[in-house]
Design a protein around this ligand. Structure first.
Ligand code: SAM
Length: 196
């Protein structure tokens, strides 16, 4: 599905970074950042431009090829990893930041991944996420139609108990991020720190 979505010249989610990430990336210490389900590179390229060393993981080869093209266009370098997040080893105490922007994983896989996120962050590392909530099914402005992939404050608190949330909010906002995310959306936003 994703290879097909990414097969046109156009960037499905645009080339500008996610708005929540752009407003809050400074919460992450300049260092190594892992982007989960990066897609076509808009967020990874933005972070590389801000001086981060970025690793971007996605299961779509077509998306990763477009990420490389976008990085080249902007004269930055990002590490691109082709992997299914079901199999990807995030490592231990490795990342200053991990980001997850509109990452539509089935809930069981997501819980397993979030469990790994805790161990994979360095001390004081930051996890930053924006995702659609169940209410998004009413808006149908992006994010598909599966309730199982939607997230909420409660799911994040349960899956990331070991982190300290500095921001956790469900809100409705106008999302204008490419042709597949355009219009009023219901999202949850999180910034959480590994203080242990
Ligand atoms: C809605 S797109 C968002 C892409 C990007 N995060 C953004 O905001 O521009 C979802 C992405 O998740 C990726 N994805 C879905 N399931 C995945 C999995 N199991 N492992 C790795 N990537 C996955 C898709 O290939 C796609 O690029």
């Amino acid at each position: 599905m994703w290879d097909e979505r990414y097969s046109s010249e156009e960037y499905a989610y645009g080339t500008q970074p996610n708005e929540f990430l752009a407003a809050n990336f400074a919460d992450i210490t300049r260092g190594r950042v892992l982007s989960l389900a990066e897609g076509e590179g808009r967020n990874a390229v933005f972070l590389a431009q801000q001086g981060f060393s970025v690793t971007a993981v996605d299961s779509s080869l077509v998306g990763l090829a477009k990420a490389k093209k976008l990085a080249d266009k902007h004269g930055v370098s990002i590490e691109l990893v082709h992997a299914d997040l079901a199999d990807y080893d995030l490592g231990e105490s490795k990342w200053d930041g991990i980001i997850s922007i509109f990452n539509p994983l089935p809930s069981a896989l997501r819980a397993q991944l979030h469990n790994q996120v805790v161990g994979a962050l360095k001390a004081n590392g930051v996890f930053l996420l924006e995702a659609y909530t169940p209410k998004q099914l009413q808006f149908a402005t992006g994010g598909g139609n599966s309730l199982d992939v939607m997230q909420s404050k409660e799911s994040l608190q349960a899956e990331l108990k070991a982190l300290e949330f500095t921001h956790l909010l469900e809100l409705e906002r106008i999302v204008v991020e490419g042709i597949y995310h355009t219009g009023k959306g219901a999202v949850v936003q999180a910034i959480a720190c590994k203080t242990l």
